[in-house]
Design a protein around this ligand. Structure first.
Ligand code: GLA
Length: 669
């Protein structure tokens, strides 16, 4: 029986745990396809993402369709027992379309047009592109409806990856229509954009442009609206295709692959329109923070799907091709990071791509099957071993991760915070989120992400690393949450502007001051490499960086003060009792060790416990009845499980153990 939390299944046809990758058979001759299916079976592959970049093959000209080759691939895969996540193939328009309609090509803010010859060369607002993409999606759906291999739809590919926004005349017109819907009248737009500043008042809609390259900063409210508009335009492209697919194959789930914390698209709005959330994850193996960041992305994906299992749609087996130096994963790292995704809620582990390309811009990117003979490829042996293991882990499928902490994450606030001309250009939202996340990751406290307007009552602790833009609704939600007994931890430069990027007047942080029990009189951002001494009330020293500010307590108690400079003896960290709950406020960015200690205290007060007390470098996450122990370190670690769970368990270097579930024994490949 399907568990209620499992991803939607088509007549039970989606395998419980998915294993596979992007499959581009059009880059190979037919004899290779047969070999592919044989090798896929050998590796335990049960799903492939097919035809993502096949538009020019499927539709060689406006009136010509060529499905025979793809039919043969679909049939071969089906005969081999491999299911298909079929792409709508709309991510890379064919040359003929761009040549017939050059106005569909995207234009940058400085007027430079992007030409065909790579991929994603379309203006998201272009009626030409939209019509052609809808027609292709519809034709694909008509053609493959009922095909026994068809299991899921993969719409487009990484929307916005290369072209998140377009500034052409077609986009300008679409922007005006979008603005009319948002603001109603030109007078209201003038108010919302604060156009009395620098003589920017508009007399008619026709005068409004996208924020093209200007002598200096374009109007920030205009920029913010343009970011909203650009996310919405791409979402409309997705929805147009989705409409066609749903009409022809209502039973087939639909996804489009996300790119972790991708700034241009408000994924909360996108995820609501998908049956399954899927993500592409390419952590840099040479960066020691990559394990933590990949965990954070996994938690975001789970949260975007409101707890449902998600799919790791793309990762590399070894290395990518797009960094300055493409460092390969060390042996075991691909397996460890795959388990990490499963620990954080993934029911599918997939790769870009199945077979390494012989030509084109990505021929040096890793793949499941590399250029050389498979038998001599260590990667192939890792791929096969993981496939074999995953086949034995079906009990994991559909189980849920339970978090008691929520991290407030809001795309609009992110966009607004990072617009130019702020007190500090060094203040970046993801750095802020990471400073909280890393502290919790280090102590194995699991967190979800949530919107500031979400119902937060299920969480014992809510952290808001930065909520620069706050709506009345969000401020009320946070207050109600604390009032009713919730615990909140929030950092500086929150509650500063409204949805139009206007200052919330009345003393910073106006809508949150009573909740936090402080007034912020002024900000003193710190230059790079400057640290400011901080001292906690118990005398323990700490360091602040990035930011400092003059805080006037208005009801809050002081937990730490600045210990040097002009803010010496002034509050750096405060705590306010508000209603039945508490609100802790941080006026600087504390070093990682102090953050861990502080969050331990805050978690303790909120009744949030670590999954397990594990040695440094061991990540622990519970999913359903299972507890994953992932050792990111270079040496074996002993983890104390406690008497109930059976004493101590040793986890090897870069190895994983799942308490409650045996990982199938590795036989030599
Ligand atoms: C993205 C794309 C793939 C491929 C990989 C390479 O994830 O979706 O088509 O280009 O990057 O890393």
């Amino acid at each position: 029986m399907d568990s209620p939390s499992a991803p939607p299944k088509v007549n039970g046809l989606i395998p419980p745990l998915i294993y596979g990758g992007d499959y581009n058979p059009d880059q190979w001759t037919e004899d290779v396809w047969r070999e592919d299916v044989r090798l896929m079976q050998e590796a335990g592959v049960n799903l492939v993402n097919l035809a993502i970049f096949s538009w020019s093959r499927i539709q060689p000209s406006e009136r010509e369709w060529s499905f025979e080759w793809l039919d043969r691939v679909m049939d071969l895969l089906h005969e081999g027992g491999i299911r298909v996540d079929l792409a709508t193939a709309t991510a890379s328009p064919p040359p003929w379309l761009a040549h017939a309609h050059p106005e569909m090509l995207p234009v940058l803010a400085d007027g430079v047009r992007l030409w065909p010859g790579a991929r994603q060369h379309y203006c998201p607002s272009s009626p030409v592109y939209r019509h052609a993409a809808h027609r292709l999606a519809e034709t694909m759906a008509e053609h493959y409806a009922g095909h026994p291999a068809l299991t899921m739809w993969h719409v487009g590919n990484e929307y916005g990856c290369h072209v998140p926004a377009c500034y052409c005349d077609v986009s300008a017109q679409a922007f005006r229509e979008w603005l009319k819907r948002r603001h109603g009248t030109i007078a209201e737009l003038n108010r919302a954009w604060g156009t009395d500043f620098w003589s920017q008042r508009y007399s008619s809609w026709g005068e409004i442009l996208p924020p093209r390259r200007t002598p200096t900063w374009p109007n920030p409210s205009q920029q913010l609206d343009f970011m909203r508009f650009s996310s919405d335009e791409l979402l409309e492209c997705y929805e147009l295709e989705r409409e066609a697919l749903q009409r022809h194959t209502p039973e087939i789930p639909i996804t489009t692959n996300f790119m972790s914390f991708f700034k241009p698209l408000d994924y909360w709005r996108w995820a609501e329109r998908e049956e399954v959330v899927s993500n592409d994850s390419y952590p840099d193996p040479s960066d020691p923070q990559s394990g933590m960041r990949a965990a954070m992305a996994g938690d975001l994906m789970r949260s975007l799907g409101r707890g449902k299992p998600w799919i790791l749609m793309e990762q590399t087996t070894s290395r990518v091709n797009w960094r300055e130096v493409n460092v390969a994963k060390t042996p075991g790292q691909m397996r460890l990071w795959s388990y990490q995704a499963m620990a954080r809620g993934a029911d599918g582990i997939m790769f870009f791509q199945w077979r390494q390309s012989p030509a084109g811009a990505e021929k040096f990117h890793g793949a499941m099957v590399s250029h050389g003979p498979v038998d001599t490829s260590p990667v192939w042996h890792e791929v096969k071993a993981l496939g074999r293991e995953i086949r034995g882990l079906d009990r994991l499928a559909g189980s849920r991760v339970k978090a008691h902490v929520a991290i407030v994450f809001d795309w609009e606030s992110w966009w607004a915070l990072e617009l130019p001309s702020k007190p500090s250009g060094r203040l970046r939202l993801l750095d802020q989120v990471e400073s909280y996340y890393a502290a919790m990751f280090d102590t194995n406290v699991t967190a979800d992400f949530a919107r500031p307007v979400d119902d937060l009552r299920a969480y014992r602790l809510v952290v808001a690393p930065n909520l620069y833009l706050v709506t009345d609704q969000a401020a009320a939600n946070l207050r109600d949450y604390v009032q009713d007994g919730g615990h909140l931890a929030m950092s500086f430069f929150s509650g500063i502007v409204d949805a139009e990027e206007h200052i919330l007047l009345g003393g910073y942080p106006a809508p949150l001051a009573d909740l936090l029990g402080v007034r912020v009189i002024d900000w003193f951002p710190l230059p790079a490499d400057t640290r400011l001494a901080v001292r906690f009330e118990d005398g323990s020293p700490a360091e602040g960086e990035l930011w400092s500010e003059l805080i006037e307590p208005a009801g809050a108690e002081v937990l730490a003060t600045f210990a040097a400079g002009s803010l010496a003896a002034r509050p750096a960290v405060t705590r306010n009792h508000f209603g039945k709950g508490t609100a802790t406020y941080l006026g600087t960015r504390l070093d990682r060790g102090t953050m861990s200690r502080l969050l331990r205290l805050v978690c303790g007060a909120a009744g949030v416990n670590p999954v397990i007390e594990a040695p440094p470098g061991v990540e622990a996450v519970s999913r359903g009845e299972f507890t994953f122990l992932l050792n990111h370190g270079d040496s074996a670690a002993n983890v104390e499980l406690g008497p109930e769970k059976g004493g101590t368990i040793q986890v090897g270097a870069r190895d994983v153990a799942i308490v409650g579930l045996e990982i199938p024994e590795q036989t030599s490949a």
